[in-house]
Design a protein around this ligand. Structure first.
Ligand code: G16
Length: 544
């Protein structure tokens, strides 16, 4: 096998965001754009000789083409073995599972998550390290620095490999193995949950299910596990075939984009559980009949009940949530006497806490929940968790959540997104908020007196690393909060996210409409940020 060293010049825009490098396909298609980024990762990794790497993606447009390039660069950089999901497919949690199970050095995951796919849409790539989780910031910063002065990359002169045939191909000293993308993950799920109990309930029809795979990666996983292994009736998984453009949809599991599911769940014969996952299978949305579970509440309910499930019967070590996620899980942790950690947005921040055995469960408002079983959030895992819980409690989703509120109180919570703002205007809005921070504490706005106002700064308790400017927090004396931050996953312009939450202990007041319950806080958030004047938008583009 021949390898070549080719000269290249740097691109200035390869700084990874919240979760890897996400750009339009057209950007990735520029000469050497992908090659530069992948070689930069290898340069930071150092000696890759003999190491095993895992490769796979969510099957979106450009997935196969990019994989062929990555294989050739990996081979030229001396890896010993590549494990690749058949068809180039691996959900993000399954990639994490495979990296851990086979003790790989790391892996490349190709996805732009919930962003749309297609020639005019988005693509993404990220590197995960040997614990199966996204590379930490010091690694991604080093990759970015390298990408700014890269001058050459190495590539093997090979024909394209057959991504569809399971088995091993040996190319000189390198073994390239195409693996079943579902098998290892399905086996792991069988250890965590009571499959016989879930199966009994599904086969008896006492639990019915609609899982919307949104034409994305989770389709094959959900079909195999929910329908074939557990016996959910055929057709319980909808939009199950992954498509390069997600059927023209937006594979983001929320009430706006998973509207087929939402309509079914608000219809007359809704199943017991409704769920959806995103492009790469790490997000989840959970619904009951005429009932939407906020991701923050889902995390709190899972934490309060985890000990009932086989994989978690020893109890939880601790829990963590991203800063903008509601404080519902904090109340559970306090009642259980375990630690709760508040981290910046981004799953990578949970990695150290999990590895250091400080936490067992973690989650984010952005439809992500997970545990120490892998180092990514895990959509189907959350759905299986809920199925298992329903089978044990023999209650509906809404009954389980309402019981939870009665015990711990309810955290009314909502996120308002303003998408496609001109970047300079969005930066100006955040700067303006920053300039108010010093004078806000002590001020009263109606029922709300500010107790603290800051720009969130995180010191990782395990390695002491510091992450600055992770979002503006305004906390009130009654426990309510407003948070402002700019998204780190978009590919065009800026997206402002405004998160609002208010705690209500009184069960008599748990039946309010969320937007009404939060109306005062939402108005205050708009006033403080002058969002409409500064963004040029007269209302949010998405409300969840
Ligand atoms: C990624 C990260 C998550 C984060 C989410 C939203 O999820 O892994 O940790 O919460 O982005 O980030 P932002 O608010 O910056 O857009 P995913 O599912 O897109 O990989």
């Amino acid at each position: 096998m021949k390898t070549a060293t080719r000269t290249t010049s740097p691109y200035p825009d390869q700084k990874p965001g919240t979760s890897g490098l996400r750009k339009k396909v057209k950007v990735f298609r520029q000469p050497n754009y992908l090659e530069n980024f992948v070689q930069s990762v290898f340069d930071v990794l150092g000696d890759a000789a003999g190491k095993t790497l895992v490769l796979g993606g969510d099957g979106r447009y450009f997935n196969r083409e990019a994989l062929q390039t990555i294989v050739k660069i990996a081979v030229a950089n001396g890896v010993g073995k590549l494990l690749i999901g058949q068809g180039g497919l691996l959900s993000t949690p399954a990639a994490s599972c495979v990296i851990r199970k086979y003790k790989a050095h790391g892996g490349f995951i190709l996805s732009a998550s919930h962003n749309p796919g297609g020639p005019e849409e988005d693509f993404g790539i990220k590197y995960n390290v040997s614990n199966g989780g996204p590379a930490p910031e010091n690694f991604t910063n080093a990759v970015y620095a390298r990408s700014l002065d890269i001058a050459e990359y190495r590539i093997a002169e090979l024909p394209d490999i057959d991504l569809d045939k399971i088995g091993v191909t040996q190319i000189d000293a390198v073994a390239i193995e195409i693996i079943d993308p579902v098998a290892d993950y399905a086996e792991l799920m069988g250890h965590l949950f009571d499959f016989p109990l879930i199966s009994q309930a599904l086969k008896a029809g006492s639990i019915t299910l609609c899982f919307d795979a949104m034409h994305a990666i989770t389709g094959p996983y959900a079909r195999r596990i929910l329908e074939e292994k557990l016996g959910a009736s055929a057709g319980s998984v909808i939009n199950a075939i992954p498509k390069e453009d997600f059927g023209g949809g937006h594979p983001d599991p929320n009430l706006v984009h998973a509207h087929v599911l939402a309509e079914r769940m608000y219809g007359s014969s809704a199943p017991t559980l409704g769920a959806a996952s995103d492009g790469d299978g790490d997000r989840n949305m959970v619904m009951g009949s005429r009932f939407f579970v906020t991701p923050s509440d889902s995390l709190a309910v899972l934490a309060a009940n985890a000990h009932l499930l086989p994989g978690y019967k020893a109890g939880l070590r601790g829990v963590a949530r991203s800063m903008p996620t509601s404080q519902a899980v904090d109340r559970v942790a306090r009642a259980m006497g375990i630690d709760v950690y508040e981290t910046p947005t981004g799953w990578k921040f949970f990695g150290n806490l999990l590895d250091d055995k400080r936490i067992t469960l973690c989650g984010e408002e952005s439809f992500g929940t997970g545990s120490d079983h892998v180092r990514e959030k895990d959509g189907l895992w959350a759905v299986l968790f809920w199925l298992n819980l329903i089978a044990i409690k023999k209650q509906s989703v809404s009954e389980i959540v309402r019981d939870h509120w009665r015990r711990f109180g309810r955290d009314y919570y909502s996120r308002h997104d303003y998408e496609g703002i001109e970047t300079a205007r969005a930066d100006g809005l955040i700067e303006n908020l920053r300039s108010q921070l010093a004078e806000l504490p002590g001020k009263t706005f109606g029922d709300y007196t500010v107790s603290y106002a800051d720009d969130f700064r995180y010191v990782d308790p395990v390695d002491g690393s510091v992450s600055e400017k992770q979002g503006i927090r305004i906390g009130f004396e009654n426990g309510s909060r407003i948070v402002f931050r700019l998204s780190g996953t978009g590919t065009e312009g800026a997206t402002l996210r405004i998160y609002v939450e208010r705690y209500e202990r009184d069960p008599e007041r748990h039946g309010q409409d969320t937007q009404e319950a939060l109306a005062d806080l939402i108005a205050l958030a708009r006033n403080l940020s002058q969002v409409h004047e500064r963004s040029g938008l007269d209302k949010p583009t998405v409300i969840t």
